[in-house]
Design a protein. Structure first.
Length: 129
């Protein structure tokens, strides 16, 4: 049997793998519907849904939302100790987040960057609108 007979089977397996990775389940007609229950991480534990996690106090949108998200991603990758050591401040969440915001962002965006970094250090879900 020739190898070209397996190409459609491999293609179908790849498509199904991508759909499964995106959250698609059999019996649902919509990929977005299947992934409508986001999971949040809070203080090292996984909460069942974001409704069970600590709710954010403010949603960030627009340019401030971009800075919030960027800061959230950076601070979720690094530990508090790593950020504090790099910026020369004590290894405390609030001080490290404030130093990060002051070092990398302009004054109009520092509050959003500070909250993004602090939320990441605390393990809260992102507060984007």
């Amino acid at each position: 049997m020739r190898l070209t007979a397996f190409v459609p089977v491999l293609w179908l397996a790849g498509v199904l793998g991508l759909l499964a990775a995106a959250g698609w389940e059999r019996g649902t007609g919509d990929v977005a519907e299947a992934g409508s229950k986001p999971v949040a991480v809070a203080e090292g534990r996984v909460a069942a849904t974001t409704a069970n996690a600590t709710k954010p106090t403010k949603l960030w949108r627009g340019k401030k939302g971009v800075r919030y998200e960027r800061s959230y991603r950076i601070c979720s990758v690094f530990t508090v100790k790593e950020v504090a050591r790099e910026l020369g401040v004590p290894a405390r969440r609030k001080q490290a987040a404030l130093a990060h915001a002051n070092a990398w962002y302009d004054p109009p965006f520092r509050q959003a960057a500070y909250r993004g970094c602090l939320d990441a250090f605390r393990g809260r879900p992102p507060a984007l609108g």
